[in-house]
Write a protein that binds this ligand. Structure first.
Ligand SMILES: *[C@@H]1O[C@H](CO)[C@@H](O)[C@H](O)[C@H]1NC(C)=O
Ligand SMILES: [Zn+2]
Length: 310
């Protein structure tokens, strides 16, 4: 019976297959993640590939809360906002922290600030510098607009820069959050959010769960080595809990995600040596990681190594 109760608390099913999951708590802070389900995308004339599921993290104390990242589409941001109101009722959402400059991690913040007008959207100088590029040229016209025709741009001048030490607090200065600029992840100038009180790291897209990894922005061995060093830097924070952004529900929040992310990059590099076409590369990855999801990310990444995207 107690086991059953625990299960019910741990997995709260919401309409539309989205699962929310309890991560951890101590006497002051609680952590929940909201899993946005994988969605079909329109790519190269077809609608047969899935974008990766994405986890958005909520950390809340007695009166206040912090959200890490926001979904791509405004409608999904609005659903997340409703879930926050239900999960942390009556609490003030004080910050929305953006881990890196990819639209699937920030674009719907206006739907959240509409429901929580006091929330500040914050991130580092590096992330702020790269955000506008998501709305320009082929990245907007072919990638975001192509994949998600209903996507709308957010007003980026609302986003506020954190001081260079990266710290912010809730409940006055009781609980610290620290943006750690690790550098290369699946994109340039990535960060993770460290919560010392919980030995918790929210890994953004520096750390992956069981989803195909986006390596299209790391075409060189040098960049991939930098990504691996970023993972080592996270390990030096000695977290006990690690939440990757792209993960499957119920796979857990352990430090194993660090090694697995590095391992994936290394095995990908071995596959690169023998693959002669993007189809080869995609096939090898599917065979090696049959349980990972995010077939669009795999297709796009494999094609990027053979100049075959869009
Ligand atoms: C964008 O946000 C800024 C800062 O809040 C505001 O001054 C500006 O009017 C907004 N621009 C648009 C087009 O809404
Ligand atoms: Zn992402």
């Amino acid at each position: 019976m107690r086991f059953l109760q625990k299960l019910i608390v741990a997995f709260v099913a919401l309409p539309g297959r989205i699962l929310a999951e309890f991560v951890c708590s101590n006497s002051h802070l609680s952590v929940h993640v909201y899993h946005e389900s994988p969605t079909t995308v329109h790519y190269q004339g077809k609608d047969d590939l899935l974008y990766s599921p994405t986890a958005y993290t909520l950390i809340h104390s007695a009166h206040e809360a912090v959200l890490v990242d926001a979904p791509t589409l405004l409608a999904d941001g609005a659903s997340l906002a409703k879930w926050i109101a239900a999960t942390a009722p009556g609490k003030k959402l004080k910050y929305i922290y953006i881990t890196h400059a990819h639209a699937d991690h920030f674009n719907s913040f206006p739907a959240l600030t509409a429901m929580f007008p006091e929330a500040k959207v914050v991130t580092t100088q590096g992330v702020i510098e790269h955000m506008p590029a998501q709305y320009e040229g082929a990245i907007w016209d072919y990638f975001w607009k192509g994949l998600f025709p209903s996507i709308e741009k957010a007003n980026l001048s609302v986003v506020e820069k954190l001081p260079s030490h990266g710290k912010f607090w809730i409940e006055n200065s009781k609980f610290e959050f620290r943006a750690v600029s690790v550098g290369e992840g699946d994109t340039v100038d990535s960060t993770v959010l460290y919560v010392p009180h919980l030995d918790l790291v929210i890994g953004g897209d520096v750390v992956y769960g069981h989803c195909y990894q986006y390596i299209a922005e790391n075409p060189t061995a040098k960049l991939r080595a930098q990504w691996k060093r970023s993972i080592d830097e996270i390990a030096m924070l000695r977290p006990k809990i690690v939440i990757p952004s792209h993960m499957q529900p119920q796979e857990g929040f352990g430090v194993k995600h660090l090694k697995e992310t590095t391992g994936y990059i290394e095995e990908w590099e071995v596959m690169l040596e023998s693959a002669e076409t993007w189809e080869d590369l995609e096939g090898m990855a599917k065979k090696r990681w049959p349980d990972r999801v995010g077939t669009f990310i795999l297709r796009y990444t494999a094609q990027s190594f053979f100049n075959a995207t869009f």
